[in-house]
Design a protein. Structure first.
Length: 240
């Protein structure tokens, strides 16, 4: 099975790097990274090499280390996010939260990113502290998608497979974590039927049979990566 190392000579369809140090020399068509880890000059360099830069933002949490952390009023701050003690869920029904997230999207656009990866749209599945429902998440994510499109940006659906039937016509591509590990890859079919890219990440810690998983990914039509849980530079890609 054709496999190669991200950052090697053979180009991959995409890469995802959220933990520094980044490797911005990778030969990929699409690179998702954190806007706080790069400069507009680096984004311009990526575009000059025909690499589409996509901007990671968490739209369902407040991260203590962000410059806008103090902008979240106390009444929108909820429960901690699992294993990430420096993140807490936020009340996505609040207009203040929407305003903050639109400002983040504005910054992505101003820096030269061409797309947005909005994380934590699935907070309705977790103990968020507000009783947020699937319908709440759908309305909020749809509004952010409309706003991203108004800024000329593409936008991904990140996880939340329950929302796929409702979001497939609204979002531009799909990014899923661990669908092979937890056996829900079939739920991506609406995106595949719509001719939209499905990006899938599995983690090295899961111990999956890489050759078998790569074969399955190619049968589905996925663009598959194997990454460490820190989502750092490097990893494996399943050759397209």
């Amino acid at each position: 099975m054709a496999v190669f190392i991200i950052g090697g000579e053979q180009p991959a369809h995409w890469d995802w790097q959220l933990t520094e140090p980044l490797d911005l020399t990778v030969r990929v068509s699409l690179l998702i990274t954190d806007m706080d880890a790069v400069t507009p000059e680096q984004i311009a360099q990526l575009q000059s090499r025909d690499t589409q830069p996509v901007c990671y933002i968490s739209v369902g949490t407040r991260e203590d280390y962000r410059d806008d952390a103090a902008d979240f009023p106390a009444h929108v701050v909820g429960k901690p996010l699992g294993d990430w003690p420096d993140e807490v869920y936020v009340d996505i029904r609040s207009p203040e939260v929407t305003t903050i997230m639109k400002a983040r999207i504005d910054r992505c656009a101003a820096m030269g990113f061409v797309g947005v990866e909005p994380d934590n749209i699935d907070l309705f599945e977790n103990e968020n502290g507000f009783g947020i429902t699937k319908a709440d998440s759908l309305a909020y994510t749809s509004a952010l998608a409309d706003y991203a499109h108004s800024k000329g940006l593409t936008i991904a659906q990140k996880n939340a497979p329950e929302l796929i039937p409702d979001l497939v016509d609204k979002m531009d591509f799909l990014l899923l974590e661990q669908c092979f590990e937890y056996d829900f890859c079939e739920e991506t079919q609406p995106y595949l039927d719509a001719g939209k890219d499905v990006l899938v990440v599995e983690y090295t810690e899961a111990g999956l049979d890489w050759d078998a998983t790569c074969t399955q990914a190619k049968d589905f039509g996925f663009h598959l990566l194997m990454k460490d849980r820190d989502i750092s530079a490097g990893g494996k890609a399943c050759a397209d």
